[in-house]
Design a protein around this ligand. Structure first.
Ligand code: DHB
Length: 310
């Protein structure tokens, strides 16, 4: 069956939304959570206070299904809104609560509140938002990453994972894995968008989004190869106790299968969920099942991490 586990949390399906897509309001969160084909939902990355985000247009779909560019700027309803949502929710699915403080202290403060709350789910610390002007991605600063995890694990005992930016250098894979292996992380989620791409409208010679003069995070088909490389490189380097959520470039069942081949336990859908809507999960699960059946596999354990090299 198409199931997965992270620590003591069981997922009856392996697909869910990527943070940021279809997860800002309670209506959107319920849509993903109650789908028959999702294993869970991850909440929009929360900041302590409500944020309207960057000016529009701030999201754009490229032609030919190539992918998306966005510079949302962390629009969210604020930490308390998501805490109220998960506290009131009756569900068998383990929820991921995503946080993205604008400073280390904001993250530590939110982690303290999560530690002290009744919330029984998983926490995703987002170290990779590329879209807030003046705020670098923590995941590209290995010392800052080690520092925040050191402070967090000094008191935090719930299942905690990190959302990482994509890395592009073998030494960087080695360096980030060495930092992450020092901590009892429940999972690593890779990748966030490829930060600060630039898309041009060929009719008008202009940028397609307004914030940051058109620079924004790239997702969808364009990022699949980078996502698979990051899943594979981290699976080969991280402690086996750290599960991997594969995110990036998933538009078909074959893409889900490829993430699993590289070592992913759960697989998230961002751009294609925004483009296609909630029915994407049924289609992807059907396509994945057809591939597994054709290959004669009955369990994802036969596939996970089994990528062949030549
Ligand atoms: C936003 C984008 C991200 O990639 C992220 O991790 C968090 C927030 C945003 O622009 O809202």
């Amino acid at each position: 069956q198409l199931t997965a586990n992270i620590q003591n949390y069981h997922f009856n399906h392996i697909l869910l939304n990527a943070a940021g897509v279809m997860c800002q309001t309670t209506t959107e969160l319920d849509t993903v959570l109650t789908s028959k084909y999702t294993g869970s939902v991850v909440t929009k990355s929360a900041t302590p206070a409500v944020r309207p985000g960057n000016p529009s247009p701030r999201y754009y779909e490229l032609n030919h299904g190539l992918g998306t560019i966005n510079s949302m700027g962390l629009p969210n309803e604020g930490f308390d809104y998501y805490m109220n949502y998960v506290s009131a929710k009756k569900t068998d699915k383990p929820i991921f609560f995503s946080i993205a403080g604008l400073s280390k202290q904001e993250n530590i403060d939110m982690l303290h509140q999560l530690q002290d709350a009744d919330f029984d789910g998983l926490i995703e610390l987002n170290l990779s938002c590329p879209n807030v002007p003046g705020k670098p991605q923590t995941g590209y600063d290995f010392e800052a990453t080690e520092q925040i995890l050191t402070e967090a694990f000094a008191f935090f005992t719930k299942p905690l994972g990190v959302k990482l930016p994509p890395y592009f250098d073998i030494v960087h894979f080695d360096d980030i894995a060495a930092v992450l292996n020092k901590f009892p992380l429940a999972f690593v989620n890779t990748i966030n968008s490829i930060g600060n791409g630039l898309v041009i409208d060929e009719n008008t010679d202009t940028v397609v989004i307004k914030p940051k003069a058109g620079f924004g995070g790239i997702g969808g088909t364009l990022v699949k190869a980078t996502a698979l490389a990051n899943v594979r490189a981290l699976r080969n380097r991280l402690n086996t106790t750290i599960k991997i959520i594969g995110t990036g470039g998933v538009t078909t069942g074959r893409d889900v299968y490829d993430h699993i081949l590289c070592g992913a336990d759960l697989v998230e859908v961002g751009s294609q969920l925004a483009i296609e809507g909630i029915n994407v999960f049924e289609r992807l699960e059907t396509e994945l099942t057809e591939i597994l059946t054709a290959k004669g596999y009955t369990s994802l354990d036969d596939v996970r991490g089994q990528l062949k090299v030549i």
